[in-house]
Each structure stands twice: as C-alpha cells, then as structure tokens.
Design a protein around this ligand. Structure first.
Ligand code: FMN
Length: 343
C-alpha cells in the first residue's frame, strides 16, 4: 500500500503542450531579487507566522509571505507586532505584508520591515474585513487609487527592497478596472502585483475568475502573481498558461497539505502522503509552534490545523474532534503521538 502511495507521489504532470521544462520550476525575478521557482505561499492572517513560512519554504515554495502586520502596530512597536517581524532560518526569499492607509506610517513600516531583514515588503490592498477597511486600509485603497498610489510611492521612496502590492479586483464585481489600478501602482513604484480576482464583497465565495488576472498581466511590465483557487500542479500549469502570469500563489490548498507546494513546483500529481508521514509532520509543526507562541497561544492556534491535516486521512473523526477540544497542547501532543504509534 505504501509503495503504491509513494509511486503516485512521483507521478509527473505533463507541461503545457506536453513538452519543454515544467514552467513552475523556473526562477523569476522581482527587481534584483531572484525567486527559485514560481510557487508563492499566500499571506494568511492569523496563520502565516515564521514557523508556517519556514515549513512552506522547506516543502518547496519559492517565496513566502507573512500574515498581514499593522503599520500602526509597527509604529507603536508593541511586543506582538515586533514578534511578527522576526524572521527565521531558511525563510528567504520572504516578504512581510503590511496594512495601513497612511503613506507616512506605511513608509515608516517599510523601513522597519527592511531593517528586520525581509527581502520584500508587500502592501495589503485586498483585506475585505470592515474593521480594517474603515481605517482606509486593505481593499479600501482600491476605491481611492490616488491614495493607494501615494502609499506605494512613499514606501518605494523609503526602502531599497522591492515594494509589492496584493490586490483584489475591486470592492464589488465590476466597480472598477483592476488593470487600471495595477498600472497606477506600477507607475508609483510597485515591483510586483499579486491579483486575487475576487471583489472584496465576494470575500472567498464563488470561483476566482483568472480571465481578469490575464488582463492585469497584459496591463503591466512588472511580474504578476495570481491568487485564488489554484489547487494542484495541473491547475497551476493551466492558470499560468491562461494568464501569462509570473507565478501562482497558494493559500487554502496548502493548509494541512504543505506537500502540495513542492508538488506544484516540481510538476507532480497531488502527493497524498500516508498517515504516518502526515502525523510526523503535524507533530513536528506543533512542537515548533509551541516554541514560537508558548503553550496557551499555540494550543489555540493549532486547533484548526488538526482538522486540516487529519480529516480524510484515515484518522477516526472522533480522534480529530478530541484533538480540537484538548484543553492543553501537551494533551493534544500526547494524543497525536498515540495515534502515530498506531499508524
Ligand atoms: C484565513 C485567511 C486569511 C487570509 N489573510 C490574508 C492576509 O493577511 N493578507 C492577504 O493579502 N490575503 C489574505 N488572505 C487571502 C489569501 O492570501 C488568498 O488571496 C486567498 O485565500 C485566495 O487564494 P486560495 O484560493 O489559494 O486560498 C487570506 C485568506 C484566508 C482564507
């Protein structure tokens, strides 16, 4: 059984037109920085901390991006925010994503991010959460593109590392031309655009319409990465071919399945590792997260990961549920080790 699983893991996915090198394995440049391949780990609020990013790089992502960090928090230098800027071994190339709507505050944040050692600083122009948008940050910058461009310009003037923008198509479907916005941000100094072609009001519903991404790619000279519903190597190949993008960003598909990052980078069918391998990975991840966040925060943080890793992987549903309810991380780790011993 294991041999069968391993054999399927190496199953190659044909490149477009059935010949030539695997396109996602090719390096790409942003400014003077070279990414070793075209797979980017998505920024994920409350998830994309240093341990998560190191794991994504280890599994084959060519670029990793932090969860969004508040520019105002950076200015005030609170402890949690400072911790979010700490980078780990083996992460580079890594981008720190910041959110805010004030050009001066964002420029100051960009300088701190550069001093922290990040290879790029990314601007969040996609967050649809009303609490964030009300402050003039996130996707609301798309509705005020002059200010969006002023933020890009202020940051690009403040630092030497590339300043990049991650944007949605607009606030509601059809309200604006994302290609026009992308052109403005490029003119203001952005070195790369990531387009998630849903509107803010869509949040994560429906499917990402990458014909919109293709229009953004055509509109600018800088590299464009596409984000939304890319699930596996074949999907990544098709999306790259359809849009002409420089790379694909992978968010939800890698939650509980970091192996998919390497599979996309190498052009392999979904690896579906066996349960023992999944449990080893999850246990190591829990231990690293405990070192980063301490016992209480890590217990809370890891709850959703138990389901992401173990659902549909031959682990009984009541065990997964119990893991999510264990009151301490030690309880959860004991339970995971017991499940592992039986796997
Ligand atoms: C839980 C969650 C948190 C997210 N946090 C961020 C964020 O901090 N910054 C950002 O630009 N996008 C964020 N996104 C959007 C993702 O980066 C990505 O664009 C979106 O999930 C679509 O890609 P996917 O289909 O590969 O998940 C988040 C998405 C999810 C599901």
């Amino acid at each position: 059984m294991r041999a069968l699983v391993a054999a399927r893991a190496r199953e190659p996915v044909p490149p477009p037109h059935g010949d030539g090198p695997w396109p996602l394995a090719q390096p790409f440049r942003v400014g003077s920085l070279e990414m070793p391949n075209r797979v980017v780990q998505a920024p994920l609020a409350g998830i994309g901390n240093r341990v998560f990013r190191q794991q994504a790089r280890r599994h084959g992502a060519g670029l990793v991006v932090s969860e969004m960090v508040a520019a105002h928090g950076i200015r005030h230098g609170n402890r949690r925010t400072r911790q979010m800027l700490e980078l780990g071994q083996g992460e580079s190339p890594v981008a720190i994503q910041v959110f805010g709507g004030d050009p001066d505050v964002m420029a100051e944040a960009a300088r701190v991010v550069q001093d922290a050692g990040a290879d790029m600083v990314d601007i969040n122009m996609g967050c649809p959460v009303p609490k964030i948008m009300k402050t003039g940050a996130g996707a609301s910058l798309l509705a005020d593109p002059e200010r969006g461009a002023a933020v890009v310009r202020a940051m690009a003037d403040a630092v030497d590392i590339p300043v990049t923008v991650k944007m949605r198509r607009g606030l509601v479907p059809g309200d604006m031309d994302p290609a026009e916005n992308a052109r403005r941000f490029e003119a203001a100094g952005a070195a790369m655009i990531t387009i998630h072609p849903r509107a803010a009001a869509d949040e994560y519903s429906g499917t990402a319409d990458h014909s919109i991404s293709a229009r953004v790619v055509k509109a600018v000279e800088i590299p464009v990465v596409i984000s939304g519903d890319v699930m596996d190597a074949a999907g990544a190949r098709d999306a790259l071919e359809m849009t002409g993008a420089a790379g694909v960003m992978i968010g939800r598909a890698a939650l509980g399945n970091p192996w998919v990052l390497g599979a996309i980078a190498r052009g392999e069918a979904d690896p579906r590792p066996d349960p023992a391998m999944v449990l080893d990975e999850l246990i190591a991840f829990c231990e690293d997260i405990a070192d980063l966040l301490g016992p209480d925060r890590s217990c809370h943080y890891l709850r959703k990961f138990h389901a992401w890793y173990l659902q549909g992987r031959d682990v009984p549903a009541d065990e997964v549920q119990a893991l999510m309810e264990d009151p301490t991380l030690d309880d959860a780790l004991d339970r995971l080790r017991t499940i592992r011993a039986a796997a």
